[in-house]
Design a protein around this ligand. Structure first.
Ligand SMILES: C[S@@+](CC[C@H](N)C(=O)[O-])C[C@H]1O[C@@H](n2cnc3c(N)ncnc32)[C@H](O)[C@@H]1O
Length: 378
């Protein structure tokens, strides 16, 4: 007989009708991301860019000029309208499932927190530690952002975030990113870390911006003897992460802290990671967070951050213009600011050894990501 897996008591489980509606939103988003964007790319080359050149005397060469070239184009306006409203539909459709499950999952969180069957822990701060843009922007236009609390022990934002994860990523063609797929992104980061430091067998791992902790769990599964810490600034996500990990039988210590000011002692960790956290910080925070990583790293340890790969030299002008629109209108305030940073310079300023730092790209299946970090000499 095949053993049945223990059900995750915190799982986001749409019923038939909810799944049908969420499936429709996924298909709509996929259509916009692929078919409509492909038509827009053609339209940019055949009409918008030549019209801009005729008007100004020169072809568009950067995101600002490409955005100006597209601003009045009906197909661009249609793409923007569809993108905006499909994002609303995504949050609306996920909220139905959250509303139905919330009471049950909240009780499960409280029971798991009180019993801690897996031996992990949850450490919330006395004060909120959120900073702009997380504090001031509804990131991804999630209603209430990452940190809204509407009831004691609130986990609502964690359920909503989990519900959209698979929908959003599969609509972008990244099918291997289910919340419950055992942490495929975390495994990918660990694989890159292994390649960068083959002799490193981490005993203390810090995952910054861990959100619901699905990827953090991958590190504990890969290195069961290691102490694994998940850090985030958003309390409802951390509560959800703790219940989620306890239910899955994975012992992780979750802390509500700012990544730039973690309060852990110097040289506490030999592997420090993050997955798509930095592009949700700000130009002011990047340097201090990297300095904090350097302070926390033990000699011989490694820092590996994964983030978006939308650097201007890698994507066409039309994509730079649509990304610029997402910054202004769709809850992605630091997408372009992040990719315009000189990460090698930032790492060097933070203390990373020039010979041992990296800022380049790695692929997993069809998806490519930007990786940056470095190793501390012995
Ligand atoms: C896109 S989510 C990351 C998701 C997660 N790493 C994963 O792979 O599922 C970005 C996370 O970074 C957190 N974050 C942003 N700025 C932060 C900061 N300064 N300190 C700690 N966490 C931060 C947000 O609260 C959010 O949970």
């Amino acid at each position: 007989m095949t053993p049945t897996a223990t059900p995750n008591r915190m799982a986001f489980t749409p019923n038939h009708d909810e799944a049908a509606r969420q499936g429709f939103v996924t298909s709509l988003k996929k259509f916009i991301n692929f078919e409509v964007e492909a038509a827009l790319a053609e339209r940019f080359e055949s009409h918008a860019a030549p019209a801009y050149a005729a008007r100004t005397g020169a072809a568009p060469t950067n995101r600002k000029e490409a955005s100006a070239a597209l601003a009045d184009d009906p197909l661009f306006q249609l793409w923007a309208t569809l993108t905006y409203h499909s994002q609303n539909l995504m949050w609306d459709s996920v909220q139905d499932t959250t509303d139905r499950l919330l009471e049950n999952r909240l009780a499960a969180f409280q029971a798991l927190r009180d019993a801690t069957p897996s031996g992990g822990s949850l450490h919330l701060s006395d004060e909120l530690v959120v900073k702009a843009p997380v504090k001031t922007t509804e990131i991804h236009r999630q209603p209430g952002g990452y940190w809204r609390e509407q009831r004691p022990d609130d986990i609502e934002q964690g359920l909503n975030y989990t519900g959209t994860l698979e929908l959003y990523r599969s609509a972008k063609g990244m099918s291997a990113a289910k919340a419950d797929d055992g942490g495929s992104m975390g495994r990918f980061v660990a694989e890159v870390a292994q390649r960068r430091a083959p002799d490193l067998s981490p005993t203390a791992i810090l995952d910054m911006g861990c959100a619901t902790g699905d990827q953090t769990q991958a590190y504990k599964r890969l290195y069961p003897e290691a102490r694994v810490v998940g850090l985030d600034c958003a309390r409802p996500l951390l509560r959800y992460a703790h219940g989620n990990a306890e239910s899955a039988g994975v012992a992780i210590d979750f802390h509500e802290r700012d990544a730039a000011d973690t309060g852990f002692p110097d040289e506490s960790f030999d592997l420090i990671t993050s997955i798509i956290m930095f592009h949700e910080t700000s130009a002011e925070q990047v340097g201090p967070i990297l300095r904090e990583c350097w302070r926390l790293l033990r000699p011989g340890g490694l820092v590996v951050h994964l983030d978006i790969p939308y650097h201007a030299h890698r994507i066409p002008l039309v994509k730079q213009a649509t990304n610029d629109w997402q910054v202004r209108n769709n809850g992605e305030p630091f997408w372009t600011g992040f990719v315009e940073l000189d990460m090698t310079a930032k790492l060097t300023e933070a203390g990373f050894d020039r010979e041992q730092l990296f800022a380049d790209y790695e692929s997993s299946g069809a998806a490519t990501y930007f990786f940056f970090g470095g190793r501390k000499p012995w």
